[in-house]
Design a protein around this ligand. Sequence first.
Ligand SMILES: Nc1nc2c(c(=O)[nH]1)N[C@H]1C(S)=C(S)[C@@H](COP(=O)(O)OP(=O)(O)OC[C@H]3O[C@@H](n4cnc5c(=O)[nH]c(N)nc54)[C@H](O)[C@@H]3O)O[C@H]1N2
Ligand SMILES: Nc1nc2c(c(=O)[nH]1)N[C@H]1C(S)=C(S)[C@@H](COP(=O)(O)OP(=O)(O)OC[C@H]3O[C@@H](n4cnc5c(=O)[nH]c(N)nc54)[C@H](O)[C@@H]3O)O[C@H]1N2
Ligand SMILES: [Mo]
Length: 733
Amino acid sequence: MDQNDVKIVRTTSAFDCGGRCPLRLHVKSGKIVRVEGDDTVESEQLRACLRCRALRKEVHHPDRLKYPLKRVGPKGKGEFERISWDEAYETIIEKLTYVRETYGNSNIFFSSGGGYLAALHGGGVATAKLLSLLGGYTTNYGNVSSEGAVYAVMSQYGSVMVGNSRDDLLNSRLIIMWGWDPVRMISGTNTTNYLLRAKESGIKIICVDPRYHDSAATLADQWIPIKPGTDTAMMVSMAYVIIKENCHDQAFLDKYTIGFDKFKDYVLGIEDGIEKTPAWAEAITSVPATSIKRLAEEYASTKPAALMDCQGPARSAMGEQYNRCAMTLCAMTGNVGRKGGSAGGGLMGIPVGHMFRSSSFPGMKNPVETGGPSIRGTLDLNLRLVRRIHTNKMFDAMLKGKAGGYPTDIKLAWFINNNFLNQLGNTNKAARALSQLDFLIVNDLFMTPTGRYADILLPVTHVAERNDLTRPWPSGPYYTHVNKAVEPLGECKSDFQIACELAERLNFDDFNPLSEDEWLRTFVEKNPETGSQIKDYDKFREEGIHRVKLKEPIIAFKEQIEDLENNPFSTPSGKIEIFSQRVADLNNPLCPPIPKYVGSWEDINDPLTEKYPLQMLTPHPKNRVHSHLGNIDWLKEIEPHRAWINPVDAEPRGIEDGDEILVHNDRGKISITAWVTERIIPGVVSIFEGTWYDPDEHGICRGGCANVLTNDKYSEGGASTLNTLLVEVSKAS
Ligand SMILES: Nc1nc2c(c(=O)[nH]1)N[C@H]1C(S)=C(S)[C@@H](COP(=O)(O)OP(=O)(O)OC[C@H]3O[C@@H](n4cnc5c(=O)[nH]c(N)nc54)[C@H](O)[C@@H]3O)O[C@H]1N2
Ligand SMILES: Nc1nc2c(c(=O)[nH]1)N[C@H]1C(S)=C(S)[C@@H](COP(=O)(O)OP(=O)(O)OC[C@H]3O[C@@H](n4cnc5c(=O)[nH]c(N)nc54)[C@H](O)[C@@H]3O)O[C@H]1N2
Ligand SMILES: [Mo]
């Protein structure tokens, strides 16, 4: 290849993994021919992982949608015909008008997702604004990722900024990775690097997880396997050990928290007559009492120690209690607001780099919701119940409507940036719902399983075909600039552009007053945070990254701990609320005001275990971002799609490693290859979420889509319960 013809474009990804990898795309004759990562020598490198390295395979994928399409065959069959943008826009306006005039605005449902996380072109805000100008729409509440954690931190700290910057991990003396596997799910591009350095410098790392995952295998000194959904019981009994041995930091609890006494009464059994001893927890969790006692003692006596609870275990029934209990342990050991410690709470975010999103295309109030209370008090359940539909219930709502207690009868739905048929609980039900829906619009790069049910399918541009601004979540600290490397494929447009062109046709003047360049400059320069950080926008754009130099690590709640009087916590009491009166006021036994272990449906004690004796987990995949990238051959080769199953469960079922098996429950059946491995605790199977739904004529999903088996319930605090399910496994005949 003649190197002279190659142009190198510095850019970044916008994936929902939250990592933001500086990339160098080598472009020749309008094609990306090579992808390279960060080449900085002055600062720490932010090394790209397998997904970004396969980016060009997605940009130039033969299945990319190139033109607007309309459905001509039965829903779900994927039979479409090319139409013009004019026809697509006219049809959309006609259908929106029909539904508004015949039924009302609330019968229009709109939902965005995590497909593209950047400030401008993602179009979630622009499409929402368009629909608001048309009189409004119904949408969903409850972040599918982390609503359990959000509920937990809002009730206990009153803030979602609960993370320390990753460099602070090196100040720890003990790191407990609880349901956290960043080697696979990233948690910020450089997180694994810091953990490796922590390990090399002798900091002890312990993993608590039903799976001996990649992080445990590469980083941990110890793996503690635990039954899914029982973490809170283990944490409560750790609190028991710490209290009994008088190792808790009473001075810290007195000064910074309220309600510890009530929690203590529960733990010691004064409240309910059950002492939450390690033996009590062993029976529930299957973690030996001696291991629980040892971990409690180690955690309480090693200062500082970082208890890193993540969100996976909280994406379950009663999952909120796990994050609340972790935060309580952090307070009991005085690790909140301290270097090398942690505040817990699952979200791990730091307040740098979050401003792009909030400053994006200004939206407007949705008339359908006007007059309702705000959603982000999360504890304020009013709006959720009255006007919105829980994320994991949107398909149930489509089927049942008002008669089923939902706020509206959905007639038309518009999905952008998501593949929700595949990604929310109970995919077979979702397929039934979309089969009977009047009209569906989907914007995507590909004809996804959701897109197959669309009436109009709109082709969008790829991140490599745009300019935009992104930021990493949950760590950083840096900002990234997306730079266009290649021209848009076919007739693709960004979601933002689509909303703007529809607005123009509807004569919404000044819907988009600025050019792309003006928007991006405005987002950076007019924003107080980025404006003070990024002095030279052009340099930032050219380099694709602006790194923030921290003088010292960011520590969540440092100000509160150093000077509580002048910096109270954002809770009603101004303190960490181990007991929350706001939660008590909900008067809901499934939202206890102190963290508690409470059993749930489809858990180990459910009578349903007789029929479906195995618990199932659905973690996020290494080689995809959910379903996104699920069609890239290179990435499929990296890790075959398999169900993890312990030999103890495989043998009595006659299943050998590599066998084709069926995993099933009352919601559906999938076929998948078995991986018989001791890397998973007995009694549990694990299947990574996100492979594409592909039902055969018998209704068996040949794509091995995990959500065929998950349920579409939610926990009372708002968590989608995608990790709470029972299944049976049999050898395929
Ligand atoms: N069983 C189970 N299910 C889960 C989870 C789990 O743990 N277990 N996790 C859940 C979580 S945390 C999340 S966040 C959700 C994610 O669920 P979704 O938000 O549905 O995520 P993806 O499957 O990545 O789908 C994103 C889609 O956006 C498309 N896309 C990419 N760029 C663009 C663009 O610029 N415009 C448009 N219009 N589309 C674009 C991609 O092609 C892809 O089809 O999944 C949830 N589902
Ligand atoms: N490569 C890749 N990275 C991603 C994503 C992706 O799809 N692919 N998705 C991104 C998104 S949107 C999100 S929200 C985050 C999600 O990040 P997480 O929520 O942290 O990810 P999960 O994989 O669901 O779960 C993490 C771990 O929890 C464990 N776990 C599940 N249930 C239990 C339990 O009951 N107890 C215990 N102790 N452990 C349990 C699982 O075995 C897994 O190892 O990941 C992000 N990163
Ligand atoms: Mo997520």
